[in-house]
Design a binder for this molecule. Structure first.
Ligand code: NAD
Length: 489
């Protein structure tokens, strides 16, 4: 197991360029790989949030007064530091989150890509100006909001913070970030590398903790915008509380993604895509496949899926789930489905990994003959589990997909362009895949779901985030175009 540095063995808040910790309450941070204690974090208070906001507020005039190009230079350097420190950052994600090395590395690479979009902002964000009548010009300029906040979940300790941080900062805002208390280590290294890249003190701050910190962020009068990523239950709380305090808010919630498999789908490609989607990151992705709707004759594809899933080995190419409670919850869902008459084709319950008996592992699980009233069909499981619902035709399959309260992603597997088009048009989800199990849009396209998978206007990354992190200043000027240079006479 990786040894962590001093700044990581006892996590501190990062305020005004300094790591500090008031030792009031602390919480242990455990590695899900084997259940061992790897660090501890402060459970910060409203006062800590205020300290961070004051630092961010103090830093704002100078930071927002720099040119776009000056701010961007820091993120060029930072992006390169992510690359230079790739192995360490990858191992850190693995240690605190439990995913495999390859999955963790892909996450850090995505963070680099997010920075690459941010550094292209001077080319994208071009202000508008037009002469609207003789001598009168209207211009629109994008201005930063001020101090903004970002609250992140456990499942992507490195990538999700980069959904917000580079764009918000390059656009001139200063930030207070609250990482998940389960995975606080990656954010500490981000702060250190940002400082190394030349980010001025106070522009980026971290306050660790749980509910109290989130509530203080939603209530703080000097925070202008709140971005949240996490479960739907908390997304609703944050969205209501932040907007009732008259803040801008975008809150991304949970998911229940349906993959529609038609009988003409390429069997091998479909089976491997569905299995990769349900088991990647141990199913702890908001884009993970959770329900497969098999339309008509797809038994041959299900058989292949079971074979493919057997190759997913916990502790090897299948990572752990985040906590002992998560393992219990996931296994509880499988128990309940079995009790209600579903057929367990592959059972990942009671999995242990030799040498890592304290870790939290669930094997790949495939549940067949699930009906729409079962909890495994309706609720987010967030583990390497897929439920198969059988549908007689495409209309019924789309109806099942649209019956979900969520709407993050949906996908269809078919070789018919016309049938794929019907799903593209009719599925009620923000991100649609055709023959792709994890349809994540890449920059400059934006990431965000529909229904109870997202609250607020716009999406969190890409072009859409530019709207979220800025406000328009409209200036009208009038100068006499007939003016003469007569001051010399
Ligand atoms: P979570 O909602 O439990 O926690 C998210 C954040 O909210 C954390 O920082 C946590 O400290 C805070 N929090 C938790 N309970 C709170 C409360 N009662 N009041 C105020 N704040 C609270 O989510 P999680 O378990 O860390 O992450 C997994 C969830 O995130 C899944 O539902 C997953 O689908 C979702 N997720 C969604 C997306 C997306 O893009 N839609 C992306 C990643 C994760």
């Amino acid at each position: 197991m990786m040894n962590v540095s001093d700044t990581l063995s006892e996590v501190k808040n990062y305020i005004d360029g300094k790591f500090e910790r008031n030792d009031q309450n602390a919480m242990d941070v455990l590695s899900p790989l084997d259940g061992s204690k790897i660090s501890s974090i402060p459970l910060s208070t409203t006062q800590d949030v205020d300290d961070a906001v004051q630092a961010a507020k103090k830093a704002f005039p100078e930071w927002s007064g720099m040119t776009f190009k000056e701010r961007v230079q820091i993120f060029f350097r930072y992006r390169n530091l992510l690359e230079q420190n790739m192995d360490e950052l990858t191992k850190l994600v693995q240690l605190e989150n439990g995913k495999t090395y390859g999955e963790a590395k892909a996450e850090v690479e995505k963070s680099m890509e997010l920075c690459e979009f941010a550094v292209s902002m001077p080319q994208i964000v071009v202000n508008e100006v037009q002469e609207v009548s003789k001598g009168v010009e209207c211009r629109i300029e994008r201005k930063p909001l001020g101090v903004v906040a970002s609250i992140t979940p456990f499942n992507f300790p490195n990538m999700v913070p980069h959904w917000t941080l580079p764009n918000a900062l390059v656009l001139g805002n200063t930030m207070v970030m609250k990482p998940s208390e389960l995975v606080p280590l990656s954010t500490v290294r981000m702060a250190e590398l940002l400082k190394e890249a030349g980010l001025p003190n106070g522009v980026f701050n971290i306050v660790n903790g749980g509910k109290e910190v989130v509530e203080a962020i939603c209530d703080h009068p000097k925070i202008e915008a709140v971005s949240f990523v996490g479960s739907t239950k908390v997304a609703k709380i944050v969205y209501k509380r932040a907007t009732s305090n008259l803040k801008r808010c975008v809150a991304l919630g949970g998911a229940k993604n349906h993959l529609l498999v038609l009988p003409d789908a390429n069997p091998e490609m479909t089976a491997s895509n569905v299995v990769a989607s349900m088991s990647g990151c141990a199913g702890q992705r908001c884009m993970a496949a959770s329900v497969m709707v098999g339309v008509d004759k797809v038994q041959h594809i299900i058989d292949l899926m079971v074979e493919d899933a057997k190759a997913m080995v916990p502790g090897d190419n299948l990572g752990s789930v985040i906590t002992a409670e998560a393992k219990k919850r996931i296994e509880g869902y499988i128990d309940e489905a079995e009790k209600n008459g579903a057929k367990i084709l592959l059972d990942g319950r009671n999995t242990t990994v030799k040498g890592k008996e304290g870790g939290y592992y669930v094997g790949p699980t495939i549940i067949d003959y699930v009906t729409t009233d079962m909890s495994v069909a309706r609720e987010e499981i967030f583990g390497p589990v897929i439920s198969i619902i059988r549908a007689k035709d495409l209309d019924e399959a789309i109806e099942i997909e649209n019956g979900s309260n969520y709407g993050n992603a949906a996908a269809v597997f078919t070789q018919s362009g016309g049938l794929a088009k019907q799903v593209m048009e009719r599925a009620s989800a923000g991100m649609i895949g055709v023959n792709i199990g994890v349809p994540v849009p890449r920059e400059p396209f934006s990431f965000g779901g529909w229904n109870e998978s997202k609250f607020g206007v716009g999406d969190i990354t890409g072009r859409s985030s530019i709207e979220f992190w800025t406000q328009n200043k409209k200036t009208t000027t009038k100068w006499n175009p007939e003016a003469q240079t007569n001051w010399m006479s």
